[in-house]
Write a protein that binds this ligand. Structure first.
Ligand code: THU
Length: 157
């Protein structure tokens, strides 16, 4: 028997001003996208923005439904839009922001497991690491590749 350990690395910033300007632009788009959220059930407004390799930024927001599982998270809304409309462009940055009643959460919201699996697949498809920025009002977390959010990714088939 061997004990094994997986370590993940990420950076924490105190404000948007500390981000690289091109990543900051994606973070700001995600914050803006919280205003596009349709969340009549949870009241939790999540915005996401994806930067493509050609510089394009697309936005998404969570879309809820009375039949709860029919709704979709913000990051999948953004990634599926990008995947459907720009199939040949790799996704290079994904930013996620969340808030309630127009106030951004202090600590970043973290993507659900299903979203992480989708992020993993688009990273493989694009062949480039996807940087993930999780935006809170008090702190920002930056992950340089999806493996740091989803160790031991399933991509075997
Ligand atoms: N949600 C997202 O859009 N992204 C996440 O990373 C976490 C959760 C949404 C789903 C649902 O509309 C609401 O937040 C509450 O779970």
């Amino acid at each position: 028997m061997t004990n094994k350990e997986i370590k993940i690395a990420f950076k924490e910033y105190d404000s948007l001003q500390q981000l690289d300007p091109s990543e900051r632009e994606v973070a700001e788009a995600a914050i803006e996208a919280t205003g596009l959220s349709y969340a009549p059930y949870s009241g939790f407004n999540v915005g996401a923005a994806v930067r493509l390799e050609d510089g394009t930024i697309v936005k998404g927001a969570n879309q809820e439904n009375a039949a709860y599982p029919s709704g979709l998270c913000a990051e999948r809304t953004a990634m599926f839009y990008a995947g459907a409309n720009y199939p040949d462009k790799a996704m290079t940055v994904l930013a996620i922001a969340a808030g309630q009643n127009g106030v951004l959460c202090g600590t970043p919201a973290t993507p659900c497991g299903a979203c992480r699996q989708v992020m993993a697949q688009y990273q493989t498809k694009g062949g480039k690491p996807i940087v993930t920025l999780l935006i809170g009002a008090d702190k920002i977390w930056r992950f340089s590749k999806v493996e740091d959010l989803l160790p031991l990714i399933f991509d075997s088939i």
